[in-house]
Design a protein around this ligand. Sequence first.
Ligand code: ADP
Length: 447
Amino acid sequence: MFQKILIANRGEIALRVLRACKELGIQTVVVHSTADADAMHVRLADESVCIGPPPSRDSYLNIHQIVAACEITGADAVHPGYGFLSENAKFADILAAHNITFIGPSGDHIRIMGDKIEAKRTAKRLGIPVVPGSDGAVTDQKEARRIAAEIGYPVIIKASAGGGGRGMKVALTEADLEIALHTASTEAGAAFGDDAVYIEKYLEKPRHIEVQVFGDGAGRGVHFGERDCSLQRRHQKVWEEAPSPALNAEERARIGNICAKAIADLGYSGAGTIEFLYENGEFYFIEMNTRLQVEHPVTEAITGIDLVHEQIRVASGGGLSVRQEDIKFNGHAIECRINAEDPRTFTPSPGTITHFHTPGGLGIRVDSGVYSGYKIPPYYDSLIGKLIVHGRNRVECMMRLRRALDEFVVDGIKTTLPLFRDLVGNADIANGDYDIHWLEKYLAKEE
Ligand code: ADP
C-alpha cells in the first residue's frame, strides 16, 4: 500500500480523495494555487504545497511543479481526481518515469480513449455496440455523402479530438452536409489543433446511460451498474441517478457484462466509465472516460462500495476488493450538482458564501469543499457541492430529495438549488420520463 498520496486537484473532489486516504491510513499531500490557500482540502491535508498563481495552466495543470511537489514531499502516488490532468497521458507517462504511481490507467489506455475515432474503433473490436457511422476520419465530401446516405439522415459530424460537447455539428439533410463537415472540421482545428472529424447517425431522443467499470490491470474486469445522466444543459450533466429509470434488470446485466468483459480483454487498470446513448432498447457507445466521474457517488450509494478505495487498492497492486457476484444493487440514488451560478441564466456567481448549511438525516450525503465565510475564487469550475440522496426505491429517494433541498441553505451567492426544487416537483421527472433534450426544452419554456 502507498505511504503518501499527492492529490492533484481542488474543491470537493480533492476533499473526497483525501477522506478515502485518511480512512486507509495513508498520508496526504495536496497541491494548491495561491487562490486556494484557504480551501478546506488544504486545511485538512497532512501537508500542502503551493504550486503557482491562480490560472490553472500555471498551477493545477503545471506538470513540472506537481512532480517537484511529489519529490519534495516523498509522495509515492498521485490521485488526479477528475478534470485537470486526470486524462492527460503525458502526465501518467512522466509520473511513471519518476517511479511515482499514477492512480489511474496506463498512459496508452488514456491515449486510445482520448482519441474518439480510435476509442470507437477499439470499442467495436471489443464487442461494445457503437453508433453507426464512418469507420474513421472523413475528409472527402463525396465519401461523406455516401456514408450519410447509407446510415440515413440526420447525421452528426464530430471532432476526433473533441471534448466538453464542442466540435459537433448536425446535418438534417444532404443539403446541410457540406457546410456541417466544413464548420466542424474548422472548429476542431482551431479548438483542438486537430481537424479530423467523423460521421455518426444522429439519435433524436436518446437517454445518456453510462456504465461504471473497473479493471484490475491483470485481466479482470467488473461493472458497478449504470447511471442515467440524461438531464443535461449544453452537454453538461446537471442531475444523475442510479439505476436508470429506463432499464430493466436484464438490460442492465447485458450491457454491464459486455462492458466488464471489454475491460478485462483490454487489460485495463482502475476506474472507467463507458458512455452510451440509449434509444429504443439499444445502446450506442459514444466515449469512454478513463477516470473517476463527478457522479460516482450515486453508484457508491446503491452498491455501498467506496470507489476511491478501489482505485487506490488497484493502483497499489492490491487488486479489487470485490468480484462481480459481490456487487449488489440496493435502492435508488440521485445526485444534484450545486453550482455557483444563476439558476436561470447559468452565469457564474463567484463571491463569499455568507451562510452554508447542509441537510442531514438518513440517506443524505453532501460532498462539498465550501463553508460559511468561504470566498469562491472566480478562476475555476463553478461546482461547489453535490447533494446525493439514497432511498429504498425511486419514490422514497425523490421524497427525501425534496426534503433535503428544502433544508439546504447557501447565502451570499446564487446557486442552482432553485432549479432542483423545481425539477423535483415536475411530473416528467417524477415519472423518470426524460431524454437528453428534456432539460433544454424545459428551460426554454420557463424563460
Ligand atoms: P464530448 O466528449 O464532447 O462530451 P460526447 O461524444 O460524449 O462528446 O457527446 C456529448 C453529447 O453530445 C452526448 O451526451 C449527446 O448529448 C450528444 N451526442 C453525441 N453523439 C451523438 C449522436 N450520435 N446522436 C445524438 N446526440 C449525440
